[in-house]
Design a protein. Structure first.
Length: 279
């Protein structure tokens, strides 16, 4: 009888351990010619941890929630019977994944770690060439003005164009003084608006500046400061009737969804001077 009870206990413990042993933490090499299959489970995250920061991700369906932060990508299914593909780009490679339909927790991939590369022998490193001013101007995107009415403010800010690359955003703008007093220009403070509510889709307004009437209809839950790397202005003291061009460089990672940037300039006689850019 005792022997029977011992066998029964061992069998039960073995059955309980099997799902735990089946849960996997995989390692992959990062070959762009390879398609990696990810097994997921409802209400669970699968984490893909790479050797270097993620620049962009793309999926073929909204059936999976995909987010990334630094070198980690988080995948969570939102539907139980859906599958799609996933692409991840870093500065040096593209990774290909097939997201399988959500299954049993016991067989899912909890994490996929990219195998670190062997450290190369020390050698002289030539820094990558920086883009020339001509290349920046040619690659820049013009910014259009979405406005139902012309501005009547004494100081008008118009965003002309922007250039993106290597996690940096360069924005060129113009400030015109329509007032009767000298306006002192300084590099603007920049904020990213989150939790935005607007009367129309922001996707149709990408690379556009919102006019005063349109900007007044924007509501946001909060605004987060964006690091300003540097700023340059033609003229700091802008006389009445004059115009000055400026450039501001921002540290801003790329995004797959449109966002609104708020450029806050020094106020003029208690009147707020700001510009909203949909990026």
């Amino acid at each position: 009888m005792k022997r029977f009870l011992i066998i029964l206990i061992i069998t039960a413990l073995t059955a309980a351990w099997v799902p735990l042993l089946a849960q996997k933490i995989e390692r992959e090499t990062g070959d762009r010619t390879q398609i990696i299959h990810l097994k997921t489970a409802m209400n669970h995250l699968t984490v893909v941890e790479l050797r270097e920061p993620v620049i962009q991700v793309a999926t073929g369906s909204q059936s999976f929630k995909v987010e990334w932060r630094e070198n980690k990508v988080f995948v969570q299914p939102t539907e139980s019977d859906a599958s799609t593909n996933l692409f991840i780009w870093t500065a040096s490679e593209r990774l290909n994944y097939e997201l399988e339909p959500a299954g049993d927790v016991a067989t899912m991939d909890f994490a996929v770690d990219q195998i670190p590369l062997a450290k190369p022998k020390p050698a002289s490193v030539t820094p990558p060439p920086q883009p020339s001013p001509t290349e920046i101007l040619l690659a820049g995107k013009p910014v259009r003005l979405e406005s139902s009415r012309p501005t009547r403010k004494p100081v008008e800010v118009t965003i002309r164009d922007l250039y993106e690359g290597d996690g940096r955003v360069l924005v060129r703008y113009a400030v015109r003084n329509r007032g009767n007093h000298v306006y002192d220009i300084s590099t603007p403070q920049v904020y990213e608006l989150t939790g935005v509510h607007y009367s129309q889709s922001l996707y149709t307004l990408v690379d556009a500046q919102l006019g005063d009437q349109e900007a007044a209809r924007v509501t946001a839950k909060r605004q987060t400061p964006v690091p300003v790397l540097e700023g340059h202005i033609q003229t700091e003291h802008l006389a009445p009737g004059g115009e000055s061009l400026g450039v501001v460089a921002l540290h801003l990672p790329s995004s797959t969804e449109p966002t609104i940037l708020r450029f806050q300039f020094a106020n003029n006689d208690k009147q707020q001077i700001a510009a909203l850019l949909v990026r």
